[in-house]
Ligand binder design. Structure first.
Ligand code: PLP
Length: 389
């Protein structure tokens, strides 16, 4: 079996599983003052330090959530609803055209329900990079407090955004009180990425893209920034996210983050696998289109389209051969419509329907590359035999 879908979910690392096992055996409520409660609290705080170190943020800025969908909702809603006084109200919300559905849907819902809030979608270039000239122009036009949300790297194409340049634009063109949210889910642990370096106000992370468990994530919050919790109730997470913490999931998230910080060679090894895959893919199908190739990309991701090989057909055939990949984002696979990311890049709709994604990770092997190439070769041969018949 070749699993090449780490951008959807990366298999659980052994270190994460061990930390989770240990935490499941310790049942204290982290808010209790007795020894069992304090032990649970200690596991959470260890994880907070580990996640903070990976994300280049102070530990106190890390708010644990149920995942990045919640973190994205918490950032956008927390900012807009938290800055509700007349003098600091946010009236302009900018999101890029290639954001994850959890950003797009929350931004649209806010624009529909919050009086006076206007949503502006920032286009990307054909390489999948946020169009900085368009962003500058949009920021300069009009007035009002601004919130910008841009992902650090795209889940479908792996294309990396120049967050430092975007932060500079936001700071210089939109005023001192402008706010920046960065969805860093796919970037953290794969490229150098730090909360402090990004000059962001909010940053979202997800455990299961890193080899941690599903159902854990974090929002990193700059000190004193506009914010209101989504879930009110208990005082957990310093009153920023109520509810008894999922200690095991948080411990697993922390352990995965800790392992990445310690590993000096993982990213290089993964990059070599991805590059070898693309070299062999070109040999196999010289007319393959590698999407986002001219941009800086994550080292683990390849999004490609082989003309006349529809993604849905390929996914099913490859799965039968034990090769698991994706036609884009996990959430949109299974849908007939082509990816909004590829369409935003101006990829022809027919070609976009052929877009496939492989994404490597911590336990990927040379054999996975071989298996994927062999399965694609067999599929292409079967299809040309059928056409010839
Ligand atoms: N943001 C990006 C860029 C993603 O790729 C994903 C997951 O696919 C999410 C947010 C949502 O993360 P989660 O599955 O933790 O809710």
């Amino acid at each position: 079996m070749a699993y090449l879908d780490h951008n959807a979910s990366s298999p659980l690392r052994d270190s994460a599983r061990q930390a989770m096992d240990a935490a499941l055996g310790a049942w204290g409520n982290a808010s209790s003052v007795h020894a069992a409660g304090r032990a649970a609290r200690a596991r959470i705080e260890t994880a907070r330090d580990q996640v903070a170190q990976l994300a280049g943020a102070p530990a106190g800025a890390v708010v644990f959530t149920s995942g990045a969908s919640e973190a994205n909702a918490l950032a956008l809603r927390g900012a807009v609803l938290g800055a509700a006084e007349a003098e600091d109200r946010i009236t302009r919300l900018f999101v890029s055209a290639i954001e994850h559905e959890s950003v797009r849907a929350n931004a649209a819902a806010l624009a529909e329900t919050v009086p006076g809030l206007k949503l502006n979608i920032i286009p990307v270039t054909s390489a999948g990079v946020v169009d900085l000239a368009a962003l500058r122009l949009a920021l300069m036009q009009g007035k009002g407090r601004t919130l910008v949300s841009v992902m650090a790297a795209n889940n479908e194409t792996g294309v990396v955004q120049d967050i430092a340049a975007i932060a500079r634009l936001v700071r210089t063109e939109a005023g001192e009180d402008a706010l920046l949210h960065v969805d860093a889910v796919q970037a953290v642990g794969r490229i150098p990425m730090s909360f402090a370096g990004a000059d962001a106000d909010y940053m979202s992370l997800s455990a299961h893209k890193l080899g941690g468990p599903q159902g854990a994530g974090a929002l990193i919050l700059k000190d004193g920034v506009a914010f209101v919790p989504l879930i009110a109730g208990g005082g957990q997470e310093m009153r920023r996210r109520a509810g008894t913490e999922n200690v095991a999931a948080i411990a697993g998230f922390g352990a995965a983050a800790g392992e990445i910080v310690e590993s000096a060679t993982e990213v290089m090894r993964v990059r070599n696998l991805r590059n070898r895959f693309e070299t062999e893919l070109r040999r196999l199908s010289p007319n393959v289109v590698i999407i986002g190739e001219s941009a800086t990309r994550l080292p683990n991701t390849s999004n490609f389209a082989i003309p006349d090989l529809p993604a849905e057909t390929a996914l099913i055939a490859l799965d039968l051969d034990g090769v698991q990949l994706s036609s884009g984002s996990a959430c949109s696979s299974g849908k007939v419509s082509p990816s909004h990311v590829l369409l935003a890049m101006g990829v022809d709709e027919m070609l976009a329907r052929c877009g496939l994604r492989v994404s490597f990770g911590w336990n990927s092997r040379e054999e996975d590359v071989d298996a994927a190439i062999a399965a694609l070769r067999a599929l292409i041969a079967r299809r040309s035999a059928l056409r010839a018949a």
